[in-house]
Design a protein around this ligand. Structure first.
Ligand code: NAP
Length: 263
């Protein structure tokens, strides 16, 4: 939901309602939580295990006058997802959006060395977790089910298009699944007032990429293969997500927005 109001000289837009951000405790997810809170949304900061980081994100939002609460749930666990949405709506009010950001690289290894259990877990988090969170969101947002409509953004990766860095073919495939699902689900719920898009980040400096980027020369090498000449920051992705969630993107659905510095 969205309203506009005049404040002083300018026009300030205030978004309303609750946005659930999975994996909101650290990295890209934490930047998304803070950016969306600044737009006026109440934020459910989901995390898997790092309660301290989740509470730090909540505190940062509260310090700027925003509204947020942390909710533990492993997105690979279907019943935990149901609990996450039920508790978030009960605490922070009606749902207006969802950002499926929680993700994992899985086992970084050639395919011949991949462990089946690790592959199952990877797809449970990145692909099935995204689908099940979309299900819970659609049950509440769909105008056919009494909802007021809303928007969903799924966080993919340019790995879906380029196949991933060495040892990350399964990760790339899990993000390919996210993009295919985004397109199909957008078609399914478009007439029910729900827009569904994806953001495909390039290399972003977070805990996920920290070990890789801190190897000698790697950060510079990645930057050199990127037309804009740098590695991205979590805030670069948060801006794209905020736009896709907002009414400024009212005619955009089923799209994948690449935010990669041109890579
Ligand atoms: P990160 O720094 O490792 O943070 C991951 C976040 O996801 C944390 O908040 C973590 O919670 C949460 N999480 C992980 N597994 C979860 C699970 N099973 N259930 C619930 N939450 C879970 O990662 P990031 O770099 O910010 O990446 C965020 C998203 O962007 C991921 O989907 C990733 O694939 C995608 N992406 C990242 C890059 C990049 O270069 N960094 C590029 C392309 C796409 P805890 O704090 O509790 O562990």
């Amino acid at each position: 939901m969205y309203r506009q109001r005049g404040l002083g000289k300018g026009l300030r837009r205030m978004s309303t309602g609750l946005v659930v951000v999975t994996g909101g405790s650290r990295g890209i997810g934490a930047a998304i939580c803070k950016r969306l809170a600044a737009d006026g949304y109440a934020i459910a900061v989901n995390y898997a295990s790092d309660a301290v980081a989740a509470e730090a994100t909540v505190a940062a939002i509260a310090a700027t006058g925003g509204k947020a609460q942390a909710f533990q749930a492993d997105v690979a666990d279907a019943s935990a997802i149901q609990r996450l949405f039920a508790e978030a709506v009960e605490t922070l009010g009606p749902l207006s959006g969802l950002v499926n950001n929680a993700g994992s690289l899985g086992q970084v290894a050639p395919v011949v060395e991949q462990d089946p259990a690790a592959l199952t877990r990877l797809f449970a988090v990145n692909a099935i977790g995204t689908i099940l969170c979309c299900k819970e969101a659609a049950l509440r947002l769909s105008t056919r089910r009494g909802g007021a409509g809303g928007a969903i953004v799924n966080v993919s990766s340019i790995a879906a298009r380029i196949g991933g860095l060495p040892g990350l073919a399964p990760y790339a495939a899990s993000k390919g699944a996210v993009e295919s699902f985004t397109k199909g689900f957008a078609t399914e719920v478009g007439a029910e007032g729900v827009r569904v898009n994806a953001v495909a980040p390039g290399m972003i400096a977070t805990d996920m990429t920290g070990d890789f980027l801190s190897q000698p020369g790697v950060r510079e090498r990645i930057a050199a293969t990127t037309p804009l000449g740098r590695v991205g920051a979590p805030g670069d992705i948060a801006e794209a997500v905020a736009w896709l969630l907002s009414p400024a993107a009212a005619f955009v659905t089923g799209s994948v927005l690449t935010v990669s510095g041109g890579r």
